[in-house]
Design a protein around this ligand. Structure first.
Ligand SMILES: [Zn+2]
Length: 257
């Protein structure tokens, strides 16, 4: 049981907005701030006041709303120490391996270099929930812009260590196109075929495909399945390391249409 309400919505075109509201204290945190006006409208509709923003990384579609929201609500912004200069309005710098309390709940910070060098994820064990930003998506993972493939492989692999019931919230609604790629590399995976069908149905209904769970991703997300014999066969990398399989998957996804 929890006093925490989750409210997720799509903003910009495919960014997820996410608000967590603690009924007891009245505090509300936004996970990233893609769009100030949209976040403000969602807060207003619920009578919530924004007290915090947890920033995952410095990309504009994750921090563009920071200053306007800070101006309007005086909220505190938590973000990655390694890219603090690029996170507007940052007040509290955090890095991987450290934990802090938010409304009495522990929040573990995970370092996730690869998409950006300072990217962090936030894991809240009491709520069985992780906010992965642009590191891990449902059925996919983020592009490797700043780090190396090897770094991104390790960043993504950390999520496999979380309890399978953990709810995965991510930065973008990319699941349908991720599913097409996943099916191309592991067509024999029954769990993946089932998830892909569910995703098509959700899309047709105009609904969101996240949160997913770590358990569901372990069963279907190729970037967490580098040990799969079928994926390795498809790539012609039977004897390769997991990191090499990961890198090949990411390269192929970059040019997949
Ligand atoms: Zn990004």
């Amino acid at each position: 049981m929890s006093d925490l309400a989750f409210h997720q919505f799509i903003c910009r075109s495919d960014n997820y907005g996410l608000l967590l509201h603690d009924h007891k204290s009245g505090a509300t945190v936004a996970i990233d701030a893609p769009d100030a006006a949209e976040i403000e409208a969602q807060l207003e509709a619920r009578g919530w006041q924004l007290s915090h923003i947890f920033t995952t990384h410095h990309h504009g579609d994750h921090v563009d709303g920071n200053l306007a929201l800070k101006d309007r609500y005086g909220c505190s912004i938590v973000g990655p120490r390694k890219e603090a200069q690029r996170v507007p309005g940052i007040g509290t710098e955090v890095s991987g391996g450290q934990s802090f309390l938010w409304q009495g709940r522990e929040v573990h910070v995970m370092d996730c270099p690869g998409h950006t060098l300072g990217h962090v994820a936030y894991y809240m064990p009491s709520e069985e929930v992780v906010f992965a930003g642009d590191t891990l998506f449902s059925l996919g993972c983020g592009r490797v812009f700043e780090g190396t493939m090897e770094q991104m492989y390790h960043s993504v692999a950390q999520f496999a260590e979380l309890p399978p019931a953990t709810q995965l919230y991510c930065g973008h609604e990319y699941t349908q196109s991720n599913a097409r790629f996943a099916l191309a590399v592991e067509p024999g995976n029954a769990a993946l075929r089932q998830r892909a069908a569910e995703v098509d149905w959700l899309h047709a209904e105009g609904r969101m495909t996240c949160p997913s769970t770590i358990g569901a991703e372990l069963a279907a997300n190729p970037f967490l399945r580098t040990g799969s014999a079928e994926i390795r066969r498809t790539l012609g990398l039977e004897g390769a390391s997991d990191a090499a399989v990961f890198a090949e998957l990411r390269e192929r996804k970059n040019s997949f249409r």
